[in-house]
Every structure is written in structure tokens, then in C-alpha cells.
Write a protein that binds this ligand. Structure first.
Ligand SMILES: [Zn+2]
Length: 932
């Protein structure tokens, strides 16, 4: 192995000797024997890791060295140690071990000479990779899987040289100006529940769908943007005012006025600030048009060096401070909020040059300096007022900008600093391998601000990263609760935030600290919902920190915080909002969060033992996952109903088949419900034919209809309303009396075949889904109390006592009564009975349902979107020809659509396929491995 301390070669940073001469070299070979060690080392106890020092010392020369980066969607991209390869990884849940971990690495096929930094765009759709010579590669995320990217711009075509080494880069804002975003500011404890404080945020800065700005060593700014024809183009402008000046760091921030602030730090330790305006008019006018870049320098500049130091009082020397990080904290984007000025933030390392680099006292302390970028009103001399008016010829004056120094903050030696996505927090790591979260407003540590009534982030409410031996190149997950780093063994290592308050003593009443910690976790989840970020990191953190007994509390807390009570009561209640739930964009993530959290809580009821199966999910998890599937099936049907109103639309046979398969699946689920109901009745009338230990009790765990999946589906108003939405969609198709196309004809035949041919009528389906059966279990006239019961059922999978007779009532009063559904021939018992419904088909996923403990037969692998068995994999585009399938990283379901979007599918429907029904990401896996 190489000695990391010797590995630091400045040649890899600069090709030119002239450049090197300008760099103040750190004397790594200072004479250890000559230094007075005892006199200078006071506050450092642990000897720092040489590898950590080496990583920090690299940051003294360049502000563009992010070797690992986490996208909003959950891609983890990293540069290999030798700078030749970029790897892609992601989190995935392993059903076997019941834990979250990294999915295996995928290497991009591009070979780099010396890649130095990478950056994801804000939406997570693009990745930029730069090398030491300033060349730029751009990748777009693939639609088919999270572990694939497509090369959109080939960097090898760029000339590149040492002067063009990037010292800072940023993607332009991708938020269109007309669309404010929803921001969840905090969670506060009200009388009965936690509430989220929401605000709207204005998009800042220059906008372009795909463009990246890079500042090079020589002060040149390059804008690399995508034109309408898909091609990436470059334009450049010189930011530097002085010829030949070279820079170490550049940082960017968008502004309310749509400009970009660029801060530069030179080797001469000066910080200069520029306002960049990008005019896209020519690009919008013609394909060949280029954006015009206008640079307005701020006339004043400042020194990055501190003027005095408390930690180095005797031997104070300005040159003992070296800048490692330059950031701009942007102005607040919140509407109606007090505007704060953008603030330039500088992190420096205090170096004691009387000892050598390997000595523990070499790096003494850290310092954060700040300057507000502030317009000043230029007041004219009072005498000017007395002058006669010059008429209408008023000269438009530009506001003068100054850099106003703020108070410094002394710190431990800071090795890395990252802005946390979506909140005004900074995550910093220190030489002692600690991770702190600081408020970017006043740099105060968030962890000291704990309150039982309010939380703004997880670290504020007791979550902290555990101590790790080294932190080299950390990157934080979108929710900032998981840290990824490239370890000394060149592998990616994950560290998850832990909750330090110990195990709960009792659940009732909940310890206020634990209550707040749960609120903080759910706040992070809610932010992911609104910013369309992955929730895998939140799930990973929850699975490691929340004891299983508390999972139902976490689940009901999220529903109670993000929804109103009226959304959990039946549709005929005055003030009910349950029908709105179907239209909410966030539902997929909410059900997915619920399902994944509850999946393996061993103390919650599960139906797998009654089925002779092992290790299936709990009923609560299965319920949430199934409702999510009903949601997606119904969404597909409604999309198509809207599309076929346009008679000119030609629907491909492949698409019609997929749609019919979804209809068949949904109607099979309803038949499964009917069969379970009827069997409850049969057990009562003919107990002799049922063995005590018989299997195949479906979702009816106790055999009397009181508990189990079917009782949950019918008693929870949320699932009932989703089933009603599905039936409404099917009915709308069925109303067509004269099909106008082959597509409509096939769909009608499918519905016919699945209903009347199987002994079911729409009237019967609608009758069992009617509100009044389950409403009997509600607390009459009390919306809040009913919501509590409903949420308890959903979160635990245990049917509340008051609802336990619903199925018997349905049977006796609706189905089997003298004037009931059977008597009216709306249900055909024999046809329903004869047609066996395979549970594996209802669940489409053996991990969720549980695997049969008594059979070694080859398992059927279902496609969760197409709802049919996968017979063989498919070769991926531009791949090795190997047969592949897609697997969901969250629920483990499969999809055969390796080529996305499928040809001739409506675009909107095809986009639905880019995620699993549970909202989880897909990874491509070889069909061969999956079949094992
Ligand atoms: Zn899934």
C-alpha cells in the first residue's frame, strides 16, 4: 500500500511549473527535532490520521474536489482512487437480512485520465464529471434504472490544460421561475399532534434546464449548456480583472434577481466577488445562438486571512492560516420572509509551522470568516438637494455592493463542509472525525437547540452521526441522515445517524424526547415528499434507530401530521375529505414509507403463518403496499380513459395487454375479497369441512372475518376509497356500448371475462364497498376519535374491536340474506369458488407475501407493472447482450421493462414505469442471478 502522506503530489494538480511557483508550499519535511512540541500543543489530543490531513491539504489548493456525490433520487456517484473510473451505487433493502445497505457497484464505461470532481444537478437528473485539465463530461440519468447513466457530452473532445483545472462548479437552477416550491420549515407540537409549518419558495438565480458553470484556475468561467437539439455547447468569459492571476476556489449562489454571484479566492489570498448575468435571448431565437455572459465585478475585495487569532496568540502570523473552503450561503428563497443577504463563508485551517505535518500539533484550529454581500445606499451630499432640479434626466444608478464583515467563529479543524439540501444548514466534519450540523445563519450548532415543542431537523432532536475512525470525502444523503464516504479500502462506506436518547421505557405516554425525535424523522420524510427526493435514506435511518415497538407510532404520526382527520373518515361524513386522498401526489411515497417501516416489525400481526409461509411482511406493511398497487393500477386506467377520448390515438397491442392485465389484477383482488367473505360464511355453516389448522385462509387470519387483510381493506376507509376509485374506472370502460377501436373492444372483453363470467356483478362489488358497513365501527359524530381508530388499524394491521363484526354483518345482511346478493344472483358462489385465486398473483412479490415453507418448486417471478410472469430477461440497450430484469431497491418487486419507455406507449404512462409501484428505484440485475 502507498503511504498516503507521500501520495500528495502537486504535479497531479498542476502541469505548469510557473503555476507551482505561485503556490505557497507547505513544508512537509520541517525538522521535527527542532520544534518545541510541549509548548505549542495544547488542545489536540488524538493524533490526526495522515490520510485525513492529506485530504484536507488538497483542499487548500482547489475548491473543486468532490469525489463522491449523492443525487436527490439516491444515486451515489464516486470517482475511483486513480481518477479513471466513475462508479454508481445506491441504497437497497435486503429482505433476507432485513436491513438497508449498498447495492453493488456499477462502473461507467467512460475511462478518465484524472477525474477530480463530480456534481449532480438539483433535480438529480444530470451528473457532471470534470478532470484536472478542465474537461467536462455530462451524463443523464437513465429512465430504466438508477444504476445506469447515459453519456450526453463527451469530455475527451475538450482541449483542456492545467490552467483550466476547475476550482469550482455548479449546476444552474432547474426550477422554472413561475413555479414556487413547497418548503416544510419545521414541525411544531400542537395540542393533539405535530404540525408542519409550510412556506412557498421562489426559484432563484439564472434558470436553464441543463447548464453547468465552471470556474477554472485562471479565472475563466465556462458555461456548458444544452441546446434545443440536445447538443451541449460551451461559452466562456474571463472573471478575473488582473492578467495572470490564479485562483484556488470559486463558489456560486443564485439571486432573487436571476443573477449568479461568483466568489473567487486567489493564491494571493484575496476574495473577489462578481455578479454574472446570463442572457438566453439568442439561444431561444435560433439553434446556433449563444447565451451572452455579462460580468459585474464588486469593486471591493477582501483578504481571506484573519486579522487576529485567539488560538495562536503568541506566534500569530497571518500566513499560518490557509483557506480550505469557500462557500456562499444564498439569500433566503422563502416568500414573505425577511430577506437575508447572501453571505460569503470562508473556512481556514490554522497551521503551526514550527512542527511537521505528521505532528498532532501541526493543524491547530479552524476558523470561519463571513462577509455579507450587501447593497449600500449611496447618499448624495446634502448640498446636492439644494441644486436646481435637472429635470427628468435622472441617471439610473447601480446599487453599490460591499462586503460587510461579520463576526468570526473559531472551530476545531474543519475538514469538509456541505450545504444540506433544502434547509439552511451546513454539515461539517472535523479533524477529530466528528460530524456537526451548523445553522448557516449564525453557525451555531443545531444539536444544542433541542426543544420538545419544535424541531427543524434531525440533529436538533437528538440524532447524531456516530464516531468513525476517519472521514475523508463525505457526501450526505438528500435527507442528510446517511453519510457516504470512500474508505481507505477504496470502498464506499455508509454511516447512519443514530438516535442517542436510549430505548423507550414505555410507550404511553411517549417520552417527550422520543416524541420529538419521531417528529424530526417524519419532518425529513415530508421534505423528501415535497422535493421529490428519495426516502431510502430516511428508511435506512429509521430501520437502524427506531425500535419496532415504536414503528406504529411513527406511521400514525406521519398521517396525522401530513393529513387532516377528515381524510380518514368515510365519504358521507359531513366534512369528509377521504376522496381527496386519491389525487394527492405524495400518496405513493406515504404508502411506501408506511409499508417499508411496518414490513418487518415482528410484534405486529402477519398472515404468513396462516398461509404456511415464512418471512412475509406484516399485515400493516402488506396493506399499505397493496393499496399503493391499487393506486397505480387505477391511475393507469384513468390516464388511458382520458387518452382514448381522443379517437385519433392509436394504442399499441402491447399497451392494451398491459392495461388488460392491470384490470384483471384489480378485479382478481376484488374476487379474492369476495371469496374470503364467502368462506367466512362457509366456516360458520359447515365447520366440519374446515380443519383447525387448514391453510388458505387468505387474508382472514382468525377464520371468523374479524382480522386479516380483507377485514383491513374493507374497514380502513382509505383502502376502501382506493378500491372504489378502481371500480369507478372499470365501470367507465364498461359503459362503452359501442367500442370504437380494437383497444376498447379488448378492454371490454377483459372486463366481461373477469366479472360476469366469474360470478361477479358491478352491483355486488359496489355494495360491499359501500361506506355503511365499516361506518358502523366509527365513533359516531366524532371525526377525531374515528380518525384515531382508523390510523391505529392502518399502522398496526390490527382491526379495532368496533370493526371486527363488519364482515359478518356484510355476510348476513348483504350477501346471504333472503333478499341479498346471492338471492338476487349478483354473486355466483360456484363460479367464484371454482376459480381459484393465486395469492402469489395478488402480491406479485414473494418477499412481501412470504415464501412457502413446504415447497421447493421454482418460484414464479412477476412483473409488478405488467402483472404477469416474467419469462425471460431482456438485453439492455448498449449493454453486453446479457439478459437483464429490473428489481426494486425498496420492495424487491421485478419489472421486465429493461428498455424504457416501451415503444408506442403514451409518454405519461411510460414515465410511471420509471419507478416501482411502491415508488422505489429500479436497479438492473442479470436474469440469471434473479432466477436462482
Ligand atoms: Zn417497489
Amino acid at each position: 500500500m502507498e503511504d498516503p502522506a507521500d501520495d500528495f503530489a502537486s504535479e497531479s494538480f498542476f502541469d505548469q511549473n510557473s503555476l507551482q511557483q505561485q503556490i505557497q508550499q507547505i513544508d512537509a519535511s520541517a525538522d521535527l527535532n527542532g520544534a518545541d512540541l510541549n509548548g505549542t500543543v495544547t488542545n489536540v489530543t488524538l493524533p490526526p490520521n495522515p490520510a485525513v490531513i492529506e485530504q484536507l491539504s488538497r483542499k487548500w489548493y482547489s475548491g473543486c474536489l468532490e469525489r463522491i456525490a449523492w443525487s436527490r433520487h439516491g444515486h451515489i456517484a464516486s470517482i475511483s482512487e486513480d481518477g479513471s473510473t466513475v462508479y454508481l451505487e445506491c441504497l437497497r433493502y435486503d429482505q433476507g437480512s432485513g436491513s438497508w445497505d449498498l447495492h453493488e457497484r456499477h462502473s461507467l464505461t467512460t475511462l478518465f485520465e484524472d477525474a477530480t470532481s463530480l456534481a449532480w444537478s438539483a433535480t438529480g437528473g444530470e451528473l457532471a464529471v470534470v478532470d484536472v485539465r478542465g474537461r467536462v463530461w455530462i451524463y443523464h440519468t437513465a429512465l430504466n434504472a438508477i444504476n445506469r447513466l447515459t453519456l450526453a457530452r463527451q469530455g475527451a473532445l475538450d482541449e483542456g490544460d492545467g490552467y483550466l483545472q476547475p476550482v469550482g462548479m455548479t449546476w444552474l437552477s432547474q426550477d422554472r421561475q413561475e413555479r414556487p416550491r413547497n418548503i416544510v420549515l419545521n414541525a411544531t407540537k400542537g395540542e393533539a399532534r405535530w404540525q408542519h409549518g409550510n412556506a412557498r419558495a421562489k426559484p432563484l438565480g439564472p434558470y436553464w434546464p441543463r447548464a453547468i458553470a465552471i470556474v477554472h484556475r485562471n479565472g475563466l468561467l465556462t458555461l456548458c449548456f444544452q441546446r434545443r437539439d440536445g447538443q451541449y455547447m460551451k461559452v466562456s468569459t474571463q472573471l478575473s480583472l488582473r492578467d495572470g492571476e490564479l485562483y484556488t476556489h470559486a463558489s456560486f449562489a443564485p439571486t432573487l434577481e436571476g443573477k449568479m454571484i461568483v466568489a473567487l479566492h486567489s493564491f494571493k489570498k484575496r476574495i473577489s466577488v462578481h455578479f454574472l448575468t446570463i442572457d438566453w435571448a439568442d439561444v431561444n431565437q435560433s439553434l446556433e445562438g449563444l447565451p451572452s455572459l455579462t460580468v459585474d465585478p464588486v469593486s471591493s475585495n477582501v483578504s481571506s486571512q484573519p486579522t487576529a487569532s485567539a488560538s495562536l496568540p503568541d506566534s500569530y502570523d497571518p500566513d499560518s492560516w490557509t483557506l480550505s473552503h469557500l462557500k456562499i450561503v444564498p439569500t433566503s428563497d422563502l416568500e414573505k420572509a425577511v430577506q437575508v443577504y447572501p453571505t460569503i463563508l470562508v473556512v481556514s485551517t490554522g497551521i503551526n509551522r514550527t512542527v511537521g505535518i505528521t505532528d498532532a500539533g501541526f493543524l491547530v484550529s479552524g476558523l470561519i470568516k463571513r462577509w455579507a454581500v450587501k447593497p449600500v445606499e449611496v447618499k448624495l451630499h446634502p448640498l446636492f438637494d439644494a441644486l436646481p432640479s435637472t429635470g427628468s434626466a435622472v441617471v439610473a444608478t447601480k446599487p453599490m455592493i460591499t462586503l460587510q464583515e461579520q463576526s468570526d467563529k473559531e472551530e476545531q479543524v474543519i475538514t469538509t463542509m456541505h450545504q444540506v439540501d433544502g434547509v439552511h444548514n451546513l454539515a461539517v466534519t472535523t479533524l477529530e472525525n466528528r460530524t456537526d450540523v451548523l445553522s448557516s445563519e449564525d453557525l451555531s450548532p443545531m444539536s444544542y437547540a433541542a426543544s420538545e415543542q419544535e424541531t427543524t431537523c434531525m440533529s436538533q432532536s437528538g440524532f447524531a452521526f456516530p464516531y468513525t475512525q476517519t472521514i475523508l470525502n463525505p457526501s450526505f444523503s438528500p435527507g442528510a441522515c446517511v453519510r457516504a464516504d470512500i474508505g481507505a479500502d477504496a470502498k464506499t462506506q455508509l454511516v447512519v445517524m443514530e438516535y442517542q436518547l436510549g430505548q423507550p421505557q414505555s410507550q404511553q405516554p411517549l417520552d417527550p424526547h422520543i416524541d420529538t425525535a419521531i417528529a424530526a424523522l417524519n419532518l425529513t420524510f415530508a421534505r423528501a415528499c415535497w422535493s421529490n427526493a428519495t426516502i431510502d435514506d430516511v428508511l435506512m435511518c429509521a430501520s437502524r434507530t427506531v425500535p419496532p415497538e415504536l414503528i406504529p407510532v411513527v406511521i400514525s404520526n406521519i398521517y396525522r401530521t401530513m393529513f387532516r382527520d377528515g381524510e380518514f373518515v368515510h365519504e358521507k361524513t359531513q366534512g369528509s375529505e377521504v376522496e381527496r386522498m386519491f389525487h394527492k401526489q405524495i400518496m405513493a411515497k406515504v404508502f411506501s414509507y408506511h409499508a417499508s417501516l411496518a414490513a418487518n416489525c415482528s410484534h405486529l400481526p402477519s398472515m404468513s403463518p396462516t398461509e404456511g409461509r415464512n418471512s412475509g411482511w406484516t399485515l400493516s406493511g402488506q396493506w399499505a403496499w397493496l393499496v399503493n398497487n391499487v393506486r397505480q393500477t387505477t391511475t393507469l386506467l384513468f390516464m388511458n380513459l382520458r387518452d382514448i377520448q381522443n379517437v385519433t390515438i392509436v394504442v399499441s397491442q402491447d399497451f392494451t395487454e398491459m392495461l388488460c392485465a392491470n384490470l384483471r389484477w384489480g378485479l382478481s383482488l376484488i374476487r379474492f375479497i369476495f371469496n374470503s367473505l364467502l368462506e367466512v360464511g362457509d366456516r360458520e355453516t359447515n365447520p366440519d369441512i374446515f380443519d383447525e389448522k387448514d391453510r388458505g385462509r387468505f387474508g382472514d387470519t382468525l377464520g371468523d372475518g374479524s382480522q386479516g387483510l380483507v377485514a383491513l381493506l374493507l374497514n380502513c376507509h382509505a383502502s376502501r376509497i382506493f378500491l372504489i376509485a378502481f371500480v369507478r374506472a372499470v365501470r367507465t370502460y364498461a359503459k362503452v356500448t359501442e367500442p370504437k377501436s380494437q383497444h376498447q373492444l379488448q378492454v371490454l372483453q377483459c372486463i366481461q371475462q373477469q366479472t360476469s363470467n366469474k360470478g361477479l356483478s358491478f352491483a355486488a362489488i359496489e355494495a360491499i364497498l359501500e361506506y355503511r358497513w365499516s361506518a358502523a365501527g366509527d365513533v359516531e359524530g366524532d371525526i377525531a376519535a374515528t380518525a384515531v381508530r382508523q390510523l391505529d388499524m392502518m399502522a398496526t394491521g390490527i382491526v379495532h374491536e368496533s370493526y371486527q363484526s363488519t364482515i359478518k354483518n356484510l355476510l348476513n345482511k348483504l350477501i346471504n340474506s333472503p333478499s341479498g346478493l346471492r338471492a338476487k344472483l349478483l354473486v355466483d358462489r360456484l363460479k367464484l369458488f371454482v376459480d381459484h385465486i393465486d395469492l402469489d398473483y395478488i402480491f406479485l412479490n414473494q418477499d412481501i407475501l412470504g415464501r412457502r415453507s413446504d415447497s421447493q418448486a421454482t418460484q414464479v417471478i412477476y412483473d409488478v407493472h405488467r402483472k404477469r410472469p416474467i419469462t425471460k430477461g431482456m438485453a439492455e440497450p448498449h449493454g453486453s447482450g446479457k439478459l437483464m430484469v429490473r428489481k426494486c431497491v425498496r420492495c424487491g418487486s421485478f419489472s421486465e421493462d429493461v428498455v424504457v419507455p416501451p415503444r408506442e406507449w403514451p409518454k405519461q404512462v411510460a414515465m410511471v414505469l420509471t419507478r416501482c409501484t411502491c415508488d422505489g428505484n429500479w436497479v438492473l440485475e442479470s436474469w440469471e442471478n434473479v432466477q436462482k
